[in-house]
Write a protein that binds this ligand. Structure first.
Ligand code: GLC
Length: 458
């Protein structure tokens, strides 16, 4: 690989980001997910709410907030497009997974949203509304434009979302219950129930909403519920999702079939479900938040984004945050490998792959969501590393990845145990790959930039 300077790499990343900007009525409104013309799935031309987040943070850091403002308004305006199935009530709190803007020369055209009714597998984009609220706060932090959050439309939008997300359904814990594939992992992957990433986003949203919702009599009940749920969720995740050697020992010796209030093993998790790979894998002084928790079920896989967001939002305690970073340091070869960063570790294979993914050929072991490596997570890793004072890890990750990402034309993901191969069905020119590198670089160069994503501690 020819050596290339950091400014040249960043120029190339910016060229991709700028080319990906989508406009509506002449105004920048979002970014396309990828610019690879050879891609089969047409929805990569659309603006995905979750994909836009790192791009938006780059625009905010660069003093270009207009596109973020337009995006926030666009998403709100699309809310009514959600189709309602017969016999269902309209729940306005959901926000779309993605939207498409009409071609510039189509004066009559209107933007159209996909709430999952078109997406592969008809998946529910539960994370979108949470990202929207979190991004709104970043926008306000940078611009001081509180009026936007206080506008009738935005207040109403937040209320709809909180009403829906805090509504009692069939939960038996403070964690939020969702169907499979409701967040970044938007294919069947055994991530139904109470996946960590959703809990981290919920926590981030609840903290944020308390700042942004006006303390009117109308909001009193919601604000009080936000606060309580945020506190109970935080304690629950910190205790029950946490896994280190001590906790592993406790689970290893769990008694099962306990009835009643004082049960230590309240979810009835059988020690026999501890996977073999974990024996000897966890170094001392390290730990992580497990991927999912349900009845008789602890998903021991490590999901990077959920852990990193838990650090960024302050859902993990300071000590836990340090231990998570210790784990990345000690298990660098497996979790970061050649190209960052494992979305989930380890991969599921054999029969387990068959019944976890529904024999999904895109999610074969060590590919895509099933143990593939996602450079779009770089920004969250760099942010979490800086927040925990681990600058050397942040530098190491970025230095290691930048040249190859540029050389490989900004792929969406990598395959292989060490992330050595460009993903078999990976797009090139994937926008959030480029923006994750720019944002990671901003965080490192200008520590103040991290303020756009500062954790809120109540
Ligand atoms: C894939 C990813 C999803 C992303 C989308 C667009 O479906 O799993 O998280 O939003 O591609 O890049």
């Amino acid at each position: 690989m020819t050596s290339i300077s950091t400014p040249e790499i960043l120029d190339s990343a910016y060229a991709l980001l700028d080319a990906a900007v989508l406009t509506y009525k002449g105004e920048p409104t979002g970014t396309a997910a990828a610019l690879d013309e050879t891609v089969a799935a047409p929805n990569y031309e659309e603006c995905f709410v979750r994909d836009f987040v790192p791009s938006a943070l780059v625009f905010l850091c660069d003093g270009k907030p207009e596109i973020v403002r337009n995006f926030l308004k666009m998403v709100v305006s699309l809310r009514n497009q959600q189709s309602v199935m017969e016999g269902h009530e309209r729940a306005l709190g959901l926000m779309p997974a993605s939207f498409r803007v009409p071609a510039e020369d189509d004066a009559e055209g209107k933007p159209t949203a996909d709430f999952g009714e078109l997406a592969i597998g008809r998946v529910a984009p539960v994370d979108s509304a949470m990202w929207w609220v979190i991004l709104l706060r970043s926008y306000i932090l940078v611009t001081g434009d509180v009026a936007l959050a206080h506008s009738k439309e935005f207040q109403e939008s937040m209320r709809y979302t909180l009403d829906l997300y805090l509504k009692e359904s069939f939960e038996t814990s403070p964690a939020m219950l969702v169907p499979d594939a409701s967040f970044m992992i938007d294919r069947r992957m055994g991530v139904y129930g109470h996946p960590l990433e959703i809990q981290a986003l919920l926590y981030g949203m609840l903290c944020t909403a308390q700042e942004l919702l006006l303390p009117t009599p109308e909001n009193e009940r919601l604000l009080s519920n936000c606060k309580k749920r945020m506190q109970t969720l935080r304690s629950y995740v910190r205790i029950y999702y946490w896994l280190d050697l001590q906790r592993l020992n406790e689970i290893h010796r769990f008694r099962a079939e306990e009835f009643g209030k004082d049960a230590a093993n309240h979810l009835n998790i059988y020690p026999e479900t501890i996977p073999e790979w974990i024996d000897g894998w966890l170094p001392p002084e390290s730990g992580y938040l497990v991927g999912n928790l349900g009845v008789g079920r602890m998903d021991f896989r490590l999901f990077s984004f959920g852990n990193l967001l838990s650090i960024l939002f302050g859902l993990a305690t300071d000590e836990q945050a340090q231990q998570i970073m210790n784990l990345y340091e000690a298990r660098w070869e497996e979790l970061v490998g050649v190209m960052p960063l494992k979305i989930a570790y380890p991969a599921v294979d054999g029969d387990k792959w068959r019944y976890t993914t529904g024999s999904d050929p895109k999610n074969v072991p060590w590919s895509y969501h099933n143990g593939g490596s996602w450079p779009c997570l770089i920004w969250a890793f760099v942010g979490a590393a800086l927040r925990t004072g681990r600058h050397e890890l942040a530098h190491k990750m970025l230095n290691q990845a930048m040249t190859r990402l540029h050389h490989d034309n900004w792929p969406e993901y990598y395959d292989g145990k060490k992330g050595n191969l460009i993903g078999r069905r990976s797009n090139m020119k994937q926008t959030w790959t480029a923006s994750a590198v720019i944002l990671g670089h901003h965080f490192l160069e200008k520590p103040d930039a991290l303020a756009v994503f500062e954790s809120i501690n109540f």
